[in-house]
Design a protein around this ligand. Sequence first.
Ligand code: AMP
Length: 478
Amino acid sequence: MNPLASLLLGTSREDPSRPFLRTQAGDTWTYGDLERISGRMAHALRRLGVTPGDRVAVQAAKSADLIALHVACARAGAVYLPLNPAYTDHEVAALVADAEPSVLIRRDQAGGSFRELSMKTFAGSLSDADPAFEDVPRSADDAAAILYTSGTTGRPKGAVMTNGSLVFSAHTLTPAWGFTKDDVLLHTLPLFHTHGLFVAVHCVLASGSSMVLLEAFDPARVIAELPASTVLMGVPTHYVRLLADPRFTAAATRGMRLFTSGSAPMLVATHDEFTARTGRVILERYGMTETCMLTSNPLDGERRPGTVGLPLPGVEVRLGSGDPGGIEVRGPNVLRGYWRRPELQASEFTADGWFITGDLGRLDVDGYLEIVGRSKDLIISGGLNVIPKEVEEVLDRLDGVLESAVIGRLDADFGEVVVAIVVAEPGAALDPEVLRLMARERLAGFKVPKQVLVVSELPRNALGKVEKARLREFVQEE
Ligand code: AMP
């Protein structure tokens, strides 16, 4: 038995001629192709000396082969370790030192150890490999993947996801979002992160639907592909960029069944603009690397902007004391632990076994969860708590402000003071002092930014999340 391989190849075995994907270049794969190519790759991994439980680290451009390689690892019983192609050699070296993979497959070969090879060399080694491969038995508790959490500062933290956690998540999400064989997912997300891989790709494979695999998110390309698609999974910046394009109209979305958003908070204003433009409501959901998906607005039923919906079936969510409370979760979807970091079991889990997400939230009367921020982003100024999101919402509504990010800066008197980093709307000129005065009309004095910096854009990671750690470094150095 190999639970993950069975999930990923269920359709390949039942209906091999079904279309699986189409790439941006127009190449097409059936489900049978996925089984054959992943079979060859599993043999090639074995020839490279990979044995069950070994880590296989991969840093390569988005491609159909990369999906097959993930499936090949599941079949060979290896632990898949995807790395962001943007990481430098230095960053990769740190993660490799931590994970000790037996093979590292990269976009270009850096010529390091004998176990390092390029994706091209790897693909070139497949022609004489047997497409039939007998999946290595695995149990639900066996590790299937390690994902390093987005924070790249400090010592790396690898979240170990098991066969069982990934299978549970796919089985939960597919019905929750109504996936059927008739769906066509427009895939625009990276493949090294939970959202693009364990949410998007696994929903397709678990339901036998098909996908259009785009190399990256490009609004014009996305709009052109919408008529041939039924589902788009995006991050908030994707929707902001679509709405900025006049070709994104109600007519352009006519054949679409579902738009989802997550990985970062979506402004209510974006929700509202999307609905006004298309007549549709984005389904916002919440999850993280360590837990896969946790909550979702309903497919049928009210989707509440500003909330991330209700706990998914089988997932438990509770709030710690205080308002907002720390979000704690439990369920088969939660990571087994951090790779070789047993000490984190005590700091990242409660004594009664709930995972501490580090997010702060509130539940409304109907149980919809609102995410208010990250506990480590909470600013304590003169002993008073300031929730950055509350200040950001006030700033974002001021004339001429496109968006903002609020952080704390160390201060000898107050411990921390509030600092806002603001981006102007195109053509608008912002005066930091005027913004402070306008914010003061709506916020208590201790919440009003002591300093407002106007910048041309906010630093964001590949998933569109504002990188507050980078802003903090920038502001402390000022
Ligand atoms: P990552 O591990 O990179 O997927 O980041 C997970 C974090 O992203 C969560 O802990 C939240 O802080 C944030 N996040 C994910 N989805 C949402 C959402 N829908 N709204 C607000 N924050 C989100």
